[in-house]
Design a protein around this ligand. Sequence first.
Ligand code: UD1
Length: 417
Amino acid sequence: MELWHIRGEQQLEGSCFVQGSKNASLPILAASILCPLRCELLHVPQLRDVDAALRILRHLGCKAEQSAGHVYIDSTQLSCSAIPHELMVEMRSSVIFMGALIARCGEARLSLPGGCQLGKRPIDLHLSALRQMGADIEENGDEISCRASHLHGAEILFPFPSVGATENAMLAACTARGETVIHGAAREPEIVALQMFLRSMGAAVGGAGTDTIRITGFQPKKHTACRIIPDRIVGATIACAAAASGGDVELKGVDPKHFSTVLYFLNQAGCDIISSTRSVRVRSAGKLYGIGALETAPYPGFPTDAQPVLMAALLKAKGQTVITENIFENRYRQVPELLRLGADISLDGREATIRGVERLRGSALTATDLRGGAAMIVAGLAAQGETVICDDGHITRGYEHFDRCLRSLGADVYLEY
Ligand code: UD1
């Protein structure tokens, strides 16, 4: 159990570098087994989810080591195509190993993945894509068994641009015979990052960042290297923390285009946003304003992962904000905890209405999920007195040394293990 102690109402000031992206690292780690490969990854965050992916790789017979931001993987000796339940449930992204294993071994045995409880989170689109490429898949309760003597290219049409299903389909398609076209693909920066890595491994893949991705061949390389893109959700979280605390923070090493919708709404709330290609400065004049209405949507829309942290930043904003959550059914789990700080939020199905209050008071909270926990930190930074967040490891699944990062910006935050 981890305890976050936050003494709020300190303005955040200064600059910080933003960690590498968790959600870009995880599919790239899975992709490293597509062919016998030695690879080096730079700027990989040290996180529980990354550690879980490295343990899966080692279980499969690969060498997988992390030293600070540097990860080395050697998948030449991969000897197993099954992932045990206890490794699968550690995180959501374990499901991306399904496409990679079937591509490399012609079979994969695994169970349903874990991750934050944000709603039903089915994997029907993942399975349907693999079936269209010729995989024979049996589902038995939580167990999934996939087999394919050979995968073939297919025209896949996703009715919804699922990030994970797009990643799984891209990986499986690399070793399929013939061309695969994914229509209705997710367009997130993490999909573009995966395409870059697959190209560096020898895959002929194009179109990532648009809704149509084509994979036309694979001439596997023996080694490759890649640098992980900056984490746009961590960038958004620090930007929201700066806004909530009335601060002035420069985020370095980020691509502001990756979270431009979040920056747009912070600007609407009254912050100055000064962007360059590799950094962004968020300067709050103190008072924020409600921003009317906003809704979450697949990229390039407003990211569902940034919804809880922006909500937290607006708790003391003058006026009202109405958020509509369109991606996950159960993504307001932070709300009952934020109410304990004195926030005024009402929920009606997918809609949350936030009416700004004059003051938040520190309280004892319990982290409910990764981004919900981050939202509690942001709210705690704006609250009077001490907030203590009791967390069963959610926040450290996605935020690297976050207490140190906030302290370097002048926050009074202390993490007790
Ligand atoms: C990824 C991100 C997560 C982010 C989410 C949406 C990672 C590790 N996680 O999760 O942080 O919140 O994208 O941006 O990258 N769906 C189906 N059937 C499927 C797959 C998805 O109905 O087979 C639905 C989900 O229930 C959800 C929506 O599609 O309502 C979005 O899910 P998806 O884009 O797949 O999210 P993840 O890949 O799980």
